[in-house]
Design a protein around this ligand. Structure first.
Ligand code: BES
Ligand code: MN
Ligand code: ZN
Length: 506
């Protein structure tokens, strides 16, 4: 269940939980002052105790404060008003939602005051708080059958009180669609592999048709006809049929589409990665249910773009396959022919993501002549070694695209860090030359994320701006952050939505 967000004109709630701001130096905001008066000074006495100073992100939780009938008053540190950025505001909204969820309050009212010297109007701040709360209040609990719906932890409603609720509501509408895209991605990533496999992921994507997204699907027969030997080889050991999912959103109209091709998003959708015959160790293998994270982002992004009616022509392609060992599985040493005609020696069947992407990348270029391509993939464990879990790896043949994505990621709190990519024929690229075929699917251990990106680059036509995001470290999180509860993060949806908004809708 999604938390319900309402904007309303300020009226101090007499009951329930209410959150008010405190500025750096223990200075009460106007709403906090009002409450303090009603409570006979309880709030101002409370902020004088202990370490709470009103620093950005601090929360002081007053339970049943004397003189009020409210169940709680949350004093939320805003820090110095002029320092508050979009992300800070989202984080504050998220932290309040998390605190309320943990305490079992079903709802909370946020009082948003006009603040002197703030970079944002109060309506804008209200929107950011609401977005943060919505993103953080996400839960994936459908399989927890012993929690009755009423007892499920988690916040049910947030009321944001602000002088201009109509303006806030209008501005929130597009953000809400993006948050829905993020939640959709998190759902897809969180579902186990017995529920989300190639055909069932396609069925989920078909739900976007009612938003105006065109959904087409290629099955194994069609892919064989197109010569997609690399993708098909990965799925050949599985009882589940591989699929190529093609989603189109034509929000810019035909005129723009004629001038320049659409922008394309390509996602790795390995719905479970056992490693295949080069099988993975048992410990932690359950994580490989989220090896379709790239496809999850592409699908959630299409939902966000269509939901907010983005003025862009975008195509989203998901390369869907299950990597299983069986008597029909691909073997190490097999040589497959990709749709591009290039042959690949499969040294390690666990380096399967690049194989499914090779054919998806080639297909999208042949079919759509895109003006730019961004692919997303939980591609390598090596990117986790290099960057940990905060930054995704960015590889690109284009500095401008690379800078745009870096800036977009920074502004939404989904940061990417650029990694090296060599020109064809240079050292990193040569690492995947094969004795027997045009290339092999692994280099040596060193620079594993880079050689994976070099492999993908061999399937990108010269002159096409392309970026590859290795999201293996950021797709799943083992700890809560203010706007992202642990589990599937949806990392990439907000980044690419922002990139589209900033560079492809003008
Ligand atoms: N899906 C994995 C990468 C991965 C690892 C994602 C851990 C998330 C967490 C990918 O298919 C894989 O197995 N990569 C191998 C490549 C190697 C065989 C060259 C890896 O990273 O070990
Ligand atoms: Mn693998
Ligand atoms: Zn994989």
């Amino acid at each position: 269940m999604q938390v319900k967000i309402t904007f309303a004109a300020p009226k101090m709630p007499r009951t329930g939980a209410v959150a008010v701001g405190v500025l750096d130096g223990r200075k009460l905001s106007p709403s906090a002052e009002t409450l303090d008066k009603a409570a006979g000074g309880t709030l101002s006495r409370a902020v004088k105790q202990g370490r709470f100073t009103g620093k950005k992100g601090q929360i002081l939780d007053l339970v049943a404060p004397g003189g009020l009938r409210n169940s709680r008053v949350l004093l939320v540190g805003l820090g110095k008003t002029k320092d508050l950025k979009d992300l800070d505001l989202e984080n504050l909204g998220g932290s309040v939602a998390a605190r309320m969820g943990a305490t079992g309050e079903p709802g909370v009212t946020l009082m948003v005051d006009a603040l002197e010297g703030a970079a944002h109007e109060s309506a804008e701040r209200a929107v950011r708080y609401a977005l943060g709360a919505r993103l953080r209040a996400y839960r994936f609990d459908k399989y927890k059958t012993k929690e009755k719906p009423a007892d499920k932890p988690g916040l049910k409603s947030v009321t944001v009180m602000v002088a201009n609720p109509a303006a806030a509501k209008r501005a929130f509408a597009a953000h809400e669609k993006v948050a829905e895209g993020v939640a959709f991605t998190r759902d897809l990533v969180s579902e186990p592999a017995n529920v989300i496999f190639p055909k069932s992921l396609v069925a989920e994507a078909k739900k976007l048709v009612k938003l105006g997204v065109t959904v087409q699907v290629l099955g194994e027969r069609e892919m064989r006809r197109l010569g997609m030997g690399a993708l098909l080889g990965v799925g050949q050991g599985s009882a589940r049929e591989s699929q190529l999912l093609v989603m189109q959103w034509k929000g810019a109209g035909a005129a723009r589409g004629k001038k320049a091709g659409p922008i394309a998003f390509v996602g790795k959708g390995v719905t479970f990665d056992t490693g295949g015959i080069s099988i993975k160790p048992a410990g932690g293998m359950e994580d490989m249910k989220w090896d379709m994270g790239g496809a999850g982002v592409v699908t959630g992004l299409m939902r966000a773009l269509a939901g907010r009616k983005a003025k862009v022509n975008a195509v989203g392609i998901c390369a869907l396959a299950e990597n299983m060992p069986s008597s029909s599985a691909q073997r190490p040493g097999d040589i497959v022919t990709s749709m591009s005609g290039q042959t690949i020696e499969v040294i390690n069947t666990d380096a399967e993501g690049r194989l499914v992407l090779a054919d998806a990348l080639w297909y999208v270029q042949e079919k759509f002549k895109p003006s730019a391509i961004v692919d997303l993939a939980t591609l390598t464990g090596a990117i986790i070694v290099a960057l940990g879990h905060d930054y995704a790896g960015l590889f690109s043949n284009n500095d401008k695209l690379s800078d745009q994505l870096t800036a977009a990621g920074k502004s939404v709190g989904e940061p990417v860090w650029r990694m090296p990519l060599a020109a064809p024929g240079e050292s990193y690229d040569k690492a995947i030359n094969s004795q027997a075929a045009d290339m092999k699917n692994v280099g040596n251990r060193a620079g594993g994320s880079i050689t994976a990106a070099q492999f993908l680059q061999r399937f990108v036509k010269k002159g096409t701006p392309w970026a590859h995001l290795d999201i293996a470290g950021t797709t799943w999180s083992s700890k809560d952050t203010p706007t992202v509860p642990k589990g599937g993060t949806g990392f990439g949806v907000r980044l690419l939505d922002r990139w589209v908004a900033d560079h492809h809708e003008k």
